[in-house]
Design a protein around this ligand. Structure first.
Ligand code: MRU
Length: 371
């Protein structure tokens, strides 16, 4: 049977009236079986969507969080700047509690709140306008950042070969285009013949469900493997390089990403396979010195026992607990390069990352936070 090639709608967008005020997003928990768009009209609905991974992937979570504050700003009847800021602070607190590891969530919330505080000097209407504008900017910029990552990273991929990726760091995980998959997309657009090995990515199967769906939609050849098959593939010389995304990169270059990334990096090192991390500068966290300080989200054990939390019946004997961290930390020394939208960073990462922030600070009149 001929495969159905889907067009990928925007991962997360703002909806103005008459259909809005709402945040429209793909419900990623239903892919690849069903492509369902959700229109979220409350901050509680948005928080639930982030917690349950209807929207997921570090940059996409940041975009959704920013739009969440815009939604609150549009809906509130706060009459003064002070009241408006208090309402936004409360919403910020609720969204910040949803998932702890991806720094983009906090980066986007802080960026919008900084703008709100500036606009407060003028008045509540100004806050409403500026917050919505900033949130939409964050989404639009994210796509551009991903295209930049693609341009930087594509030359690192072979003219023809096999690239292994883990989880989903594609259009679905970002404002669009993707980070790790952005590098692959850009390489294919440049005429390279790339075949993608997509790790299934237990327990929630982002690789099997989402990366495979995106690659099929793009017409990029892709094969799914069980996570535990990656070592055998590398030993057979079937992997030319690994490209993954990141949820947070510490100041020393340690990388938090989907659970299983660390094991892949160790395997890549053992087999002499380059291990690349593709991420926007908004994923770099200079305030966190090393991976040891990154908070790793622990998720419900039933995601393991019920396979993606979906089966009717547990695959484990009753009474046996399951360990379910959502992320792990890959030490910087296992990373061949970090591909950002502005440069390909190489070790020593502490210096390379500090340099990026110093350049950004100069470009923004001394304030890296101005992004
Ligand atoms: O739990 P998820 O699906 O949000 O985890 C996503 C990942 O680990 C991605 O690799 C990471 O966020 C980078 S997305 C460009």
């Amino acid at each position: 049977m001929e495969a159905v090639v889907a067009t990928i709608p925007p991962t997360v967008t703002w909806l103005d009236p008459p259909h809005g005020l709402a945040i429209r997003m793909i419900d990623q928990t239903l892919l690849p079986g069903e492509l369902v768009m959700l229109d979220l009209r409350t901050i509680e609905g948005l928080c639930e969507a982030i917690r349950s991974l209807r929207v997921r992937g570090a940059p996409a979570i940041g975009c959704a969080a920013a739009l969440g504050l815009a939604l609150v700003a549009q809906q509130t009847e706060a009459a003064t700047s002070e009241e408006m800021l208090a309402v936004l602070e409360k919403a910020r607190g609720e969204v910040a509690c949803t998932r702890p590891t991806a720094v983009n969530l906090f980066w986007a919330l802080d960026r919008v709140m900084d703008i709100a505080r500036l606009a407060a000097l003028i008045g509540p209407e100004r806050i409403r306008d500026r917050v919505l504008h900033e949130a939409q900017e964050i989404v639009a910029e994210d796509v551009e950042r991903c295209r930049g990552i693609g341009r930087m990273g594509a030359p690192l991929l072979p003219e023809a070969g096999n690239v292994l990726t883990h989880c989903n760091a594609g259009a679905l995980a970002t404002g669009g285009y993707g980070t790790a998959l952005g590098v692959i997309r850009a390489a294919v657009e440049a005429g390279k013949k790339i075949h993608v090995w997509a790790d299934e990515t237990r327990p929630l199967l982002q690789g099997a469900r989402l990366t495979a769906w995106e690659m099929q939609a793009e017409g990029i050849p892709c094969t799914v493997l069980c996570d535990n098959a990656a070592g055998a593939l590398m030993a057979q010389g079937e992997v030319d390089c690994v490209v993954v995304g990141a949820d947070r990169i510490a100041a020393n270059g340690d990388v938090a990403n989907k659970i299983g990334t660390y094991g892949l990096a160790v395997l890549a090192k053992a087999h002499g396979v380059p291990f690349y991390v593709a991420a926007p500068l908004s994923t770099l966290d200079p305030a966190t010195p090393s991976g040891a300080e990154i908070v790793i989200e622990q998720r419900d054990w039933r995601e393991v026992s019920l396979v993606a939390g979906r089966l009717e019946k547990s695959i484990m004997p009753e009474g046996v607990p399951a360990y379910n961290p959502a992320f792990d930390v890959t030490p910087a020394e296992l990373v061949t390069a970090i591909i950002t939208e502005s440069a390909v960073l190489r070790a020593p990462y502490g210096e390379a990352i500090a340099e990026q922030f110093s350049l950004m600070g100069k470009a923004n009149g001394g304030s890296p936070a101005a992004g």
